[in-house]
Write a protein that binds this ligand. Structure first.
Ligand code: TEU
Ligand code: CA
Length: 554
C-alpha cells in the first residue's frame, strides 16, 4: 500500500446523525452509511471521515464522548462499524475516525471517578484547580460555549476546566496516563480496521500551566482568548505519532484553530513526525469583522482578496515542507453557495466555482456531505436551531452582554451558524427527502423537493457530476498533486486565478467569484490553452459569466 495514499485522495466527511436513517428512528446510522457506499464510490472519494459516533449524551452531537470504545446505540453497535469498515475496504474506501482527545463527556467514567476524590487513579485525568480566595474561578478564561471555562464541583471543592461546554471537561495531557489511555483507544480501533484519524481541536491539548489571564480589551467577565498552541503541544503530538500513527501507518489530520501557516508548518513537516495535515481556520474568517467583540457573529461580506491571500499563503508556506488539507465546508461551517456564493440564481455556478478553486489547489480536498449536490443554508428562525454553540452564544451576546441584537444575531446565524450544515441529507423529493421514514431529529431544509441527489443527477447542471469530474482529475493528473502554485491577479476583488506548473506542463485555474460578468484581459495570454473542466459552455474568451470557472491546460 502506498503510505502516502492521502496525497492523491479526496476525503468525504459524513455527519452520521444527518446522513441516512435505516431504522426509522429519525437519526442517521452506521447501516445508513454502509448502504450508501455505492453512491460514494460513484462520486469517486477515497476515504470517509466519520464524525464521532461513540457513546455520548449528545450535548455537542457526539463531540462529548462518554465511552471511546463503544458505538452509541443511536448509531448502531460496534459490529455495525466493523461491517462498515469491511464493506468500505472491499470497495477500496478507507475509514478515518474522529478522535476527540482534548475533552470527554462529563458522563465518561473517567470524569465520574475523577470528581469523586483527589486521590484515586482518575483524579488527575482532568484539570482541577482551587478557587481563588474569594471563591471565584482560577482565571478569566471563557468557554467557547459561553460563560467561564471553569465549573465548580461541590464534591472536590475545586473548579475543572472546559474549553467547550461544562459537560465537556478537558483532559489533563500533562498526565502520562491520560495520554496512554488515548493512544490505547486509537490502537483499539486500528485493530478493528480504522485507517486514520481526524484529531478534534488537537492544538488545544497543551495548556499553559501558569494559567495566565487572557488580555481583556473589552472588559468582560470571561474572555475567550487564544488558549491554543500551548507549550507542550508539539511534544505531545510527536509522542502520539511515535505511539500510534507511525507504528500503525495511520493517516492523521488535525483540527488547528488559531494556527497560522508558520505554526502549521511545524505540525506537518514530515521529518518532525507529528501530523500529516491540519485544517486551518484562517481562510474561514474572511467574512468576519476582525477584532469585534461578537467574534464570529460579527459578519461582513466575503473578502475575496483576503481569501486568496490566506489560501496562497498556506500554499506557499507549506510548499516543500508539508501538506495542506483543503476545505470550505464541514459540520461547523455553513454551506458555501449561501455563505460566499449565490444560493438562488447561481447556486450551481457558485457551488462549482468554489469547488474549482479549492480542488485545483495543492493538498487533499475534503468534501462535506451534501456539498457534492450544492446544498444550501436553510434560513431557519431562531427557534429552529439546535446547536449548543448557537444557543450559548445567543444567551451570552444577545441576552447577557447585549453586544448584538436579536435581528443581527439571526442574520449572522443564517449565514454562518454550524447548524446550516447539519440539516439532513437530501436524497430525493419524497417525505423528509428520503432521509428517514420516521420523525427527523432535526428539521430539513424546506428546499429538498427541488434540491436533492436524485434531481441533481438528472439535471444538466449537476453539481455531483462536476465534483465527480474534479475527483477524477485529482486521481489522474499528477500536476494536481505535485505542480507548484502561483497566484495571479492577487488584488482582483472578484477573480480567483492561479497556475499549477509541473515540468513543461501548466494548468490555469480561474473563477469569477461574483454574480456579475467580469472581463479578464489576462485570459488573452491563454487563448491556446485547452479546457480541462468548466461549469459554463467552454468558450475560452476573456469574458467570465457570473461564477464561471475554468481549468485550462497548455
Ligand atoms: O470544533 C472546534 C471549534 O473551534 C469550533 O467549535 C468552533 O467553535 C466553531 O467552528 C466556530 O468557529 C471542534 C468540532 O469540530 C466541533 O464540532 C466541536 O463542537 C468542538 O470541536 C468541540 O469538540
Ligand atoms: Ca437510525
Amino acid at each position: 500500500m502506498n503510505k502516502e495514499w492521502w496525497k492523491n485522495a479526496v476525503i468525504y466527511q459524513v455527519y452520521p446523525k444527518s446522513f441516512f436513517d435505516t431504522n426509522d428512528d429519525g437519526i442517521g446510522d452506521l447501516k445508513g452509511i454502509d448502504s450508501k457506499l455505492d453512491y460514494l464510490k460513484e462520486l469517486g472519494v477515497d476515504a470517509l471521515w466519520i464524525s464521532p459516533c461513540y457513546l455520548s449524551p449528545q450535548i455537542d452531537n457526539g463531540y462529548d464522548i462518554a465511552d471511546y470504545r463503544k458505538i452509541d446505540p443511536m448509531f448502531g453497535d460496534n459490529s455495525d462499524l466493523e461491517k462498515l469498515m469491511q464493506d468500505a475496504h472491499s470497495k477500496n474506501i478507507k475509514i478515518i475516525m474522529d478522535m476527540v482527545a482534548n475533552h470527554t463527556s462529563d458522563k465518561s467514567v473517567w470524569f465520574e471517578e475523577s470528581r469523586k476524590s483527589k486521590d484515586n487513579y482518575f483524579s488527575d485525568f482532568y484539570i482541577w484547580r482551587d478557587p481563588k480566595e474569594d471563591g471565584s474561578e482560577p482565571n478569566n478564561w471563557g468557554s467557547n460555549f459561553g460563560g467561564s471555562a471553569w465549573t465548580y464541583d461541590s464534591n472536590r471543592k475545586q473548579y475543572y476546566l472546559h474549553y467547550y461546554g461544562k459537560q465537556q471537561p478537558d483532559l489533563n495531557w500533562e498526565n502520562p496516563k491520560v495520554r496512554q489511555a488515548i493512544y490505547d483507544v486509537m490502537r483499539y480501533w486500528k485493530a478493528h480496521g480504522v485507517d486514520g484519524w481526524r484529531m478534534d481541536v488537537i492544538t488545544s491539548i497543551s495548556k499553559n500551566q501558569d494559567f495566565p489571564n487572557n488580555p481583556n480589551p473589552h472588559n468582560l467577565q470571561y474572555v475567550v482568548g487564544n488558549q491554543n498552541n500551548g507549550p507542550r503541544m508539539h511534544e505531545f503530538i510527536h509522542e502520539m505519532n511515535q505511539e500510534v500513527f507511525k507504528p500503525f501507518s495511520m493517516m492523521s489530520v488535525g483540527e488547528a484553530p488559531d494556527s497560522k501557516s508558520k505554526d502549521a508548518r511545524l505540525l506537518v513537516e514530515p521529518d518532525r513526525e507529528e501530523l500529516n495535515m491540519v485544517f486551518t481556520f484562517e481562510h474561514m474568517h474572511v467574512d468576519r469583522k476582525p477584532g469585534d467583540v461578537n467574534g464570529r457573529w460579527a459578519i461582513q461580506p466575503v473578502d475575496i482578496v483576503q481569501l486568496k491571500k490566506t489560501l496562497s499563503n498556506w500554499q506557499n508556506t507549506l510548499d516543500g515542507h508539508g501538506w495542506n488539507a483543503l476545505y470550505f465546508e464541514n459540520h461547523d461551517r455553513a454551506r458555501t453557495p449561501s455563505r460566499w456564493g449565490n444560493d438562488t440564481k447561481y447556486r450551481y455556478e457558485s457551488a462549482t466555482a468554489f469547488a474549482t478553486v479549492l480542488h485545483g489547489l495543492k493538498g487533499t480536498p475534503f468534501v462535506y456531505q451534501g456539498e457534492e449536490i450544492g446544498m444550501t443554508n436553510p434560513h431557519f428562525e431562531l427557534e429552529d436551531y439546535e446547536d449548543i454553540e448557537l444557543k450559548t452564544n445567543y444567551d451570552k451576546l444577545v441576552k447577557q452582554e447585549k453586544t448584538i441584537n436579536d435581528v443581527d444575531f439571526l442574520k449572522a446565524a443564517r449565514k454562518i451558524s454550524r447548524d446550516n450544515a447539519r440539516t439532513p441529507m437530501q436524497w430525493d423529493d419524497s417525505k423528509n427527502a428520503g432521509f428517514t421514514k420516521g420523525k427527523p431529529w432535526f428539521k430539513l431544509n424546506p428546499n429538498y423537493k427541488e434540491l436533492n441527489v436524485s434531481n441533481d443527477l438528472r439535471s444538466d447542471k449537476s453539481v455531483f457530476k462536476y465534483y465527480q469530474e474534479l475527483i477524477k482529475l485529482r486521481h489522474e493528473e499528477p500536476i494536481l498533486k505535485d505542480g507548484t502554485f502561483e497566484l495571479l491577479l492577487p488584488d482582483d476583488k472578484n477573480i480567483f486565478m492561479y497556475t499549477r506548473t509541473l515540468d513543461d506542463k501548466q494548468w490555469l485555474v480561474i473563477a469569477n467569484l461574483s454574480s456579475e460578468t467580469q472581463k479578464v484581459e489576462t485570459l488573452n495570454k491563454y487563448v491556446d490553452f485547452k479546457t480541462v473542466i468548466t461549469n459554463y459552455d467552454g468558450k475560452n474568451g476573456e469574458i467570465l459569466g457570473p461564477y464561471e470557472a475554468r481549468i485550462l491546460k497548455k
